[in-house]
Design a protein around this ligand. Structure first.
Ligand code: KIV
Length: 266
């Protein structure tokens, strides 16, 4: 499979072709996602809530992100991989942000990084891009700011908030991002932002008029009890897993497993 490049995403937007993304955190699921035709995968800091058992993304470390990105890379060598910059890996200084972004490319095998924030991070984004690191922006609901936002709430309601989203998107575009995630923004506001920039917008909970969509893998597959309103549910894998493990427990307890075919006779 031919590996996609950052410039191909802007062409896709111009041609009106929807871009499809999902998150991935490990090798087996990355392999499935690649085979399914996902255009790019995000090793999200949502690994904190989906896989590591935290109740927010704040505890996720650079080491977590490197480990999981390496695993996804092994599972999907040809995929275009975006790795999230975790909380406090870029907020404290430009130098630290650039060094950590570089680690995600050099040590973890990502093709690009994503960071949460608007115009206030334009200088950092521009320095990363100048250093050779492709960057995806992320505005709207920014889960790393959940404490400041007072919860996971829809963003971009009202004229002033929409104007701020547009200003942030334009500042990120001018700084050199190749795409922007718009999380939990009303559909009309997301459509306006999408029209105002030439780089693609990738929506999650932001309606139908973004240039593409991203979903959290565990939401898509039904691996978590909690189902956000915006999430597409394409399978109930959690229920299958629960039933399979119950069947295994019953079989061992009842002496049905191991069976003849599971036994070495010599
Ligand atoms: O970490 C993540 O999964 C994300 C998506 C929600 C876009 O940032």
């Amino acid at each position: 499979m031919k590996k996609v490049t950052v410039s191909s995403f802007a062409r896709r937007k111009a041609a009106g072709e929807n871009i499809v993304m999902c998150t991935a955190y490990d090798a087996p699921f990355a392999k499935f996602a690649l085979a399914a035709g996902i255009d790019m995968m995000l090793v999200g800091d949502s690994v904190g809530t989906t896989v590591l058992g935290f109740d927010s993304t704040l505890p996720v470390t650079m080491e977590d992100m490197i480990r999981h990105t390496q695993a996804v890379r092994r599972g999907a060598p040809e995929a275009f991989l975006v790795a999230d910059m975790p909380f406090m890996s870029y907020q404290s200084s430009l130098e630290e942000g650039i060094r950590n972004a570089g680690r995600l490319l050099k040590e973890a095998g990502a093709d690009s990084v994503k960071l949460e924030g608007g115009a206030e991070y334009a200088e950092l984004v521009s320095k990363m891009v100048l250093s050779g690191i492709p960057v995806m922006g992320h505005i709207g609901l920014m889960p790393q700011s959940v404490q400041v936002l007072g919860g996971y709430k829809v963003q971009g309601r009202g004229d002033a908030a929409v104007a701020k989203l547009i200003a942030d998107a334009k500042a990120l575009e001018a700084a050199g991002v190749f795409a922007i995630v718009l999380e939990c923004v009303p559909e009309a506001a997301a459509a306006e932002v999408t029209q105002e920039v030439s780089v693609p917008t990738i929506g999650i909970g932001s309606g139908r008029h973004c240039s593409g969509q991203i979903q959290v893998l565990h939401d898509l597959l039904g691996l978590l009890d909690f189902k956000p309103k915006h999430a597409g549910r394409y399978a109930e894998i959690g229920e299958l897993v629960q039933q399979a493990l119950k069947n295994y427990c019953d079989d061992v307890k009842n002496g049905v497993f191991p069976a003849d075919e599971n036994i070495f006779t010599k």
